[in-house]
Ligand binder design. Structure first.
Ligand SMILES: Cc1ncc(COP(=O)(O)O)c(C=O)c1O
Ligand SMILES: *[C@@H]1O[C@H](CO)[C@@H](O)[C@H](O)[C@H]1NC(C)=O
Ligand SMILES: CC(=O)N[C@H]1CO[C@H](CO)[C@@H](O)[C@@H]1O
Ligand SMILES: CC(=O)N[C@H]1CO[C@H](CO)[C@@H](O)[C@@H]1O
Length: 507
């Protein structure tokens, strides 16, 4: 049972932090109103798209209130997002320097490059985003043999032997009967959910669902109810309600009930409480859709995702979904499960029937990564990477806790959010870290609740201990300088960190 109750922390911010955060947003919002007023009377130049003069009395097409945030808050600090890179997104990368002459409304590249920035922002969990010619030999060969595009759907003429090979490998890796792959991860969710549920069905979705799941759910036409993040009481209450009272007006029973969850949540770093969800879904006879975009390859003793992490039977999950964009350093997604499910989707899913088949080099890259993870390439490199990632995650998280940062999520998760809260600190943090040649991702509203802006670190098996120590050293200094160490918990000493033996025990 202890395995099911992994440590997952969501420490609350001290009161003064919450107050200061609201105050900060309050002040910039006030300034925003003043500047919108100045723009309206023509004292300040307005850079955003505007309605033409002859349409002035129309309902505004561009300048509505929803833009307020972008126009007045985001634009001022926009230099911290969408930074262009000009190298492989490996453990270190190169950034293109840019400057703004008009207060960040537009940017100009200076032509200079900022070299050797440590990359703690890419989803390169297993380090497969690599450009070593020896590693990519099979990918190059495949490209020479099949070309880059297939110019047709799988149903028509785009069905290659390597597609078949990949689907067999994926099913084998996950321990299920069958699988099918798609050229785009986002479309795997948004196009397959409508093929599975429709009107008269009920979707129960975690509140922190990804946009692709939200779009899929909306397109399906099913009724959507949202339960609290990873909260089993909330889920059970809704399931019971749904089974007892049926559809909203007619009270007929729901045709299907589909629970949609993610393996690892990309903004919180939390791991789904899978065993409990499976118990609930069995009790109430609902179906389970599990999106493993961030967990496949990244957790579990042999990288098989959350089912392996919790040691549950993969066949208990009705629809296993995942993407190849993260751990595999490629692109695309898969759906896996029972043969009937996959065969049904092959002929009913829009992304199977109408979308072009996966590009051959991408297919080969995934095959290469999967073979490496499964040891089919005759080396132990795959398992070494999986262990390295687990070790890096534990080490990094433990050190951050010890320094006094508030971090979210499970100890196993390679996604590590550090809470920054105040808008000013978010910006100062990102700029200061880049000055120290560390590329971080900071996220705020609307991707997070307005009071919980954060920096989100993604660890990789390609990070060496030396790189992590460098990042930690700078984090420590920046944390002190910007007063970011909000945690009131005491971690006296980090318990004997994941040296080999500890890791073995835990797996
Ligand atoms: C949970 C989840 N599902 C699906 C996707 C979409 O995958 P892709 O980026 O491969 O289109 C993402 C991507 O960020 C994701 O985080
Ligand atoms: C692709 O080809 C294989 C044989 O190589 C066949 O078994 C499979 O059904 C085909 N798939 C599709 C979607 O046509
Ligand atoms: C309002 C404004 O100019 N904000 C920032 C735009 O970006 C530069 C860095 O490129 C900052 O220094 C500015 O403060
Ligand atoms: C389809 C779905 O689950 N949508 C919900 C996802 O989460 C957001 C934010 O909590 C809700 O507003 C959506 O309704």
């Amino acid at each position: 049972f202890s395995r099911q109750n992994r440590q997952e922390s969501f420490e609350q911010a001290p009161m003064y932090v919450a107050v200061m955060t609201y105050l900060g947003y309050g002040i910039v919002t006030l300034f925003g109103y003043v500047r919108d007023f100045l723009r309206a009377v023509g004292l300040e130049k307005c850079h955003v798209a505007q309605e033409r003069d002859e349409q002035k009395d129309f309902v505004p097409l561009y300048q509505d209130f929803e833009n307020f945030y972008t126009r007045n808050l985001y634009m001022r600090v926009r230099d911290n997002w969408n930074r262009p890179i000009c190298s492989l997104p490996g453990p270190v990368f190169d950034l293109m320097e840019r400057v703004s002459d008009d207060y960040n409304w537009t940017f100009r590249l200076t032509g200079r490059t900022i070299h050797n920035v440590i990359n703690v922002g890419s989803y390169n969990y297993l380090g497969f985003a690599e450009n070593n010619a020896d590693f990519l030999k099979t990918v190059a060969d495949t490209t020479c043999q099949f070309g880059v595009g297939v110019c047709s759907t799988r149903q028509e003429m785009g069905n290659l032997s390597i597609h078949e090979e990949l689907e067999k490998l994926v099913a084998n890796f996950l321990g299920v009967e069958s699988s099918m792959t798609f050229g785009m991860g986002f479309a795997t969710n948004s196009m397959n959910i409508p093929a599975l549920v429709g009107k008269g069905c009920l979707i129960l979705s975690d509140e922190l669902n990804h946009t692709s799941l939200i779009l899929g759910a909306r397109l399906s036409g099913a009724t959507i109810r949202v339960f609290k993040h990873n909260n089993m009481h909330s889920l059970e209450k809704m399931l019971r309600e749904a089974v007892c009272s049926g559809q909203t007006r007619t009270h007929r029973p729901w045709k299907k009930i589909l629970i949609i969850v993610e393996g690892i949540y990309s903004m919180e770093g939390s791991v789904v409480r899978l065993p409990e969800i499976i118990a609930l879904k069995k009790k109430y006879k609902a179906y389970l859709y599990l999106d493993e975009a961030h967990s496949i390859g990244a957790v579990g003793p042999s990288g098989r995702g959350v089912t392996e992490l919790f040691d549950v039977d993969p066949t208990d999950v009705d629809v296993m979904m995942g993407t190849f964009t993260k751990s595999f350093g490629a692109s695309g997604g898969y759906i896996a499960g029972k043969k009937e499910l996959v065969d049904y989707l092959r002929s009913h899913s829009h992304s199977a029937v109408y979308a072009s088949a996966m590009s051959p080099p991408v297919t080969e890259q995934i095959i290469r990564a999967l073979k490496c993870l499964m040891g089919k390439d005759g080396s132990t490199e795959g398992i070494r990477r999986i262990r390295q990632l687990a070790e890096n995650s534990r080490y990094f998280r433990a050190r951050l806790k010890e320094m006094g940062f508030i971090i979210y999520g499970s100890d196993d998760s390679p996604v590590v959010p550090i809470l920054l809260y105040m808008p000013g600190k978010v910006v100062a943090f990102a700029r200061e870290m880049l000055d120290r040649r560390i590329g971080v991702v900071v996220v705020g509203f609307p991707a997070t609740p307005i009071t919980e802006a954060r920096a989100r670190f993604c660890l990789s098996a390609a990070h060496t201990r030396d790189m992590l120590n460098q990042v930690l050293h700078h984090l420590n200094e920046v944390g002190d300088r910007l007063c970011l160490k909000f945690s009131r918990r005491k971690y006296s000493s980090w318990p004997d960190l994941c040296e080999e033996t500890d890791f073995e025990l835990d797996s």
